[in-house]
Design a protein around this ligand. Sequence first.
Ligand code: CMX
Ligand code: CO
Length: 143
Amino acid sequence: MFTRIDHVGIACRDLDAGVEFYRRTYGFEVTHTEINEEQGVREAMLRVNGTDDGGASYLQLLEPIRADSPVAKFLDRNGEGVHHIAFGTSDVAGAAEAVGAQGVRVLDAEPRAGSMDSRITFLHPKDCGGVLTELVQAPDSSG
Ligand code: CMX
Ligand code: CO
């Protein structure tokens, strides 16, 4: 059901500085940037491997655009660092239902819009060993 680590989400106070660190240190390049109003973030996707066809893995650098957003709250509490992990699946609704049936709280009743036209949903970190977990379906549904 889960096919890869789609991305690791990293909370940054300054997105441009974060991007520059990963470029300079590891050579990872930004393949996509967007503002996701619903999630309250400005973000950059840095591809680690593969191609942008639904099978790659990314770092997702996240800068809050609102003080009451999840990433702003996280930065206030913890400072910069790993915010969530995201697993790729070819069926995000089905995967969320299956995980939810095991007693894990699914935070979105319906999948929402994620990076690069994906569909996403989140699982509560308190039900996942302290790890905020995202499920991602790439737009071509290949997982
Ligand atoms: N990782 C692990 N634990 C986390 C966490 C995170 N990212 N965010 C919050 N928590 C923990 C807190 O430490 C806190 O624990 P304690 O009660 O032990 O102190 C608890 O969860 C509640 O934290 P809170 O700050 O009061 O936060 P809320 O309950 O208001 O919200 C959560 C927490 C997970 C429900 C909320 O952050 C959420 O809905 N997240 C999903 C959406 C999201 O994160 N979007 C941004 C990324 C967008 C993208 O990837 O595209
Ligand atoms: Co994410």
